[in-house]
Write a protein that binds this ligand. Structure first.
Ligand code: CA
Length: 221
């Protein structure tokens, strides 16, 4: 049976190439030109989704979060013109499974789709650092048995800090990863979020905290 793949891409020409190529690769692609259509077509019948980050009506990462919030757990591969590390990290913290910068070869996308579909099992959706566990699919963060009530922005901040595994993440990279592109976030706002995140970790009894490298950035301690 051909596996259904949701293909969310606003560029006509690229979408046609994707549809044709994925059919040749024995998939059953379902096209969507924007985020709203993607959310309407998404269902548990899909094996995976290929999701452009730059859509006319939404950021692909927000579409992915909406899919996850709706309980859909199929793998998502982001397509994006950007190839910076922070874009990749924010894609992952939005619940994405893989990332492919444009331009790419269709054979590579097909191979990554097969790998992501194969990998898709509950064991691969959770990351842990010390006593802090993040479940990117269910958007849950736990410390031991305690669940932390995190806002989506707090969740993304924590995901980026965890992905850096103790290395300092520059403040502007935290902002890029946790807020939508073009959002105006001043130093004060970022500090307030970090303070709240520290407090939530502390109140949950975590041994982990968020340290400051003055003038550079922050890291998980
Ligand atoms: Ca686009």
């Amino acid at each position: 049976m051909r596996r259904k793949i949701l293909v969310v891409e606003d560029d006509h020409a690229l979408r046609d190439v994707l549809l044709r190529g994925l059919r040749e690769e024995e998939f059953d692609p379902l096209p969507a030109p924007d985020g709203a259509t993607a959310l309407r077509l998404a269902s548990g019948e899909l094996a995976a989704a290929v999701l452009d980050v730059g859509l006319p009506d939404a950021d692909g990462r927000d579409v992915c979060q909406a899919l996850r919030a709706g309980g859909l757990t199929f793998p998502v591969i982001f397509l994006t013109a950007h190839h910076r590390l922070t874009d990749r990290l924010s894609g992952f913290s939005a619940g994405g499974d893989d990332y492919l910068p444009k331009p790419f070869h269709l054979a590579e996308l097909a191979a990554r789709l097969r790998a992501a579909i194969k990998r898709a099992s509950p064991a691969h959706t959770t990351t842990a650092v010390g006593d802090v566990r993040l479940d990117a699919v269910r958007h849950r963060c736990t410390v031991g048995d305690t669940e932390l009530a995190l806002t989506p922005t707090e969740f993304r901040l924590l995901a980026v800090l965890m992905a850096a595994s103790g290395d300092v993440v520059r403040r502007r990279d935290l902002v890029r990863a946790a807020w939508p592109e073009g959002a105006r976030v001043n130093d004060n706002t970022l500090d307030q979020y970090l303070t709240r995140l520290r407090r939530k970790l502390r109140e949950a009894g975590s041994t982990r905290g968020i340290g400051t490298a003055r003038g550079i950035g922050h890291r998980l301690t």
